[in-house]
Each structure stands twice: as C-alpha cells, then as structure tokens.
Design a binder for this molecule. Sequence first.
Ligand code: UD2
Ligand code: MN
Length: 346
Amino acid sequence: MQIIKLVVITIILCQLVVLFGLWLHSNYISVIQKMTGATSVKSHIFDQRFEPDCNKPQNANTTCCPKSSPHLVGPFHVEFNWDRTMESVTTELSSTLLEGGRYKPPDCISLHKVAIIIPFRNRHRHLIQWLHYVHPMLQRQQLNYGVYVINQDGEGTFNRAKLMNIGFAEAIKDDYNCFVFTDVDLIPINDRNIYGCFNKPRHLSVAIDKFNFRLPYLNIFGGAVTFSKSQYLAINGFPNDFWGWGGEDDDIYQRTARMFLTVSRPDMQTGRFKMIRHDADLHNDPNPRRFELIKNTHYTMLKDGYTSLKYNVKKVEKDRLYTFITVDVGTPPLVEPTRLQNTTTN
Ligand code: UD2
Ligand code: MN
C-alpha cells in the first residue's frame, strides 16, 4: 500500500515538474524580457513557416518555379585554380548577372528571394573561387538572389557575427525574405543543397572535406546557415560582442535552439563542401572570452543582437559579381567589467 502511494506521488511530482518545464519554456521570452527590460523580440516563436515569395497575391498570374529545379546536376566538380582572377570570373559570369551580383530566373518566379551575406576582410583569393562556383550553382537552383560581401574596414579585431548582422540590416533594404550567411572559403559540391529557406533555420555545411565529411560535433552551426527574415528576427539576429575567432557560431546555435528547438539540415551527401585551406588571419586570434560568453547566451540574446546593432557604412560598391559594403564595426570594449573586477579583487 505504502509503495503504491509512493509511486503515485512520484508520478504526480514528475508530471508537475514536466508541466512547469513546459510552462517555463513557452514563457521563456516574457520571463527574460521582464528580467532584462528588453521588449523588442516577439514571444512564442518556435516554428516560423517559410512563405515562398511567389505565393504572394500580386504574383498570382505568373508561374512559380518548380519545387525542384530541372537544372540541378547533383554533385559537381570543384578544383581551386589559383590562376583565376576577378577579371576572368567577371568575363565568365557578367552576362548572367545584374549590377550588384543580382540574379532572377528568366522564366519563372523563384520560391526564394535570398540575400547571400559573406563576412569578409582580405580574402580576395577565396572570394574569386567562391564567385566562380557558387554563382552558377545558385542560378541552377533558380533562386532570385543577391550577393553581399560585408567588408570589415581597418585592422581592428575581426567580428564575423556582427558583420553578418550588418549584412542583414543592409540587404533587408532590398526586400529579401531569406538570408544565407556563409564563410567565403566554403564551396558547396552538390547543387541539391538549396541556398534557400526552410521551416526551421538551416545548417547547410554539414559535411566538409576538412572534417572528413562528418559533423565534428552534433550542435555545430558554423560555416553556412540560412534564416528566413522572421526566423532571424525571432532570435534577435546574431551577437555583436564576439570579437576574434570562435564561439559566435555556438552562440547562434543556442539562440536558434532556444527559439526553434532544432535546426534543419540536408543529408550528409547533399550537404558536402570543400573548404579552402588557409592559415590563421591577422587580427582574428581566438577570442579568450568565448566560453564565458556562450554560457550566458540565453540571458544576453535579447539585449545583444540585431536590435542593439550599431555600425557605420563607409562605402557601398556595386560590382557586377557582388555588392561590396565596407563597414566600420567599432572596437571591442577596452577594459571589460568582469576583468576589471577580477584585477581589483586579486
Ligand atoms: C570556423 C567556422 C566559421 C566560424 C569560425 C570562427 C565552420 C565550417 N567554420 O571557421 O563559420 O564560426 O570558425 O569564427 O564551422 N574572415 C575574413 N577575414 C578574416 C577572418 C575571417 O574574411 O581575416 C571571414 C571569412 O569569410 C572566413 C570566416 O570569416 O571564411 C570565418 O573565419 P575563418 O575561416 O578564419 O574560420 P574557420 O575556418 O576556423
Ligand atoms: Mn575558414
């Protein structure tokens, strides 16, 4: 009798804990908003259905492109030829593109209107290879797209995630509904890996040659990812305060998991990439604060992100192959408050 009582009480307690967990999760945003005073992010956004552009009423009389493009070939050959120049790639591709690296399929309305955002500084050699292979692939995918290279001005500490926020802020002016954020050194080798948006934020670069075509760890979210406009806004964009190499991809994963629970991914054959080998860059040393920052993402994500983004555009250049936007991202805080505390107490 006693045992039955105990079991019943345990079951009831477990149910209460589960219910409390579910309540906390569904009210997460409002709870955090109360704690932080941040009010700009909507609550309860776990699954943002992606609405294709061509379903909009004004496009009712035109043909949407098919779900699967007839131009896809699957795996394709990629070889880094270092004799290629920006001029040779321009000659090769300019007839297919509009100013600023823009393209629309000629015969149908694309399901996706995609801004491709590349965080950048001093990687022209890589950009040449990327443009040579990825433009034709995006065209085979029948995307309506534009390529935005967001170039960090000056020699200060590199800030990849902030550059991606700036890319979103600048490209959204051209009315995109989907955003691909990709490293300049990642070249897809299967064109069935669609650079478009899905019902969840998507990790595209799941199988990279550098990692023997495997995920090095389950929650990796670096390389190339896609977000619809509303998915990106739901996570308050990316962090602005990761200066130097590393950690920002894990922060973005945590923001995404918090709002969408899981991410979308292609299968390991479709999601294959070649990564251009390179040495570490100047002014992009591993960020010593990255582990400490990632621990607090759930609390900081509403305060630090798209809604708190500050930057200055120095120059916008519309080349035939891309729009090149040079920006001042600012500098990392000189003395961090936690450091200051540590030094004064030690
Ligand atoms: C990994 C991640 C990358 C990012 C980085 C840590 C994968 C496949 N890649 O790449 O997404 O999370 O670690 O920050 O998981 N860049 C420049 N100039 C610079 C420095 C960086 O253009 O001076 C850009 C460029 O687009 C580059 C990207 O930032 O591809 C990432 O930097 P990385 O290539 O040095 O980092 P990596 O290869 O370790
Ligand atoms: Mn790299």
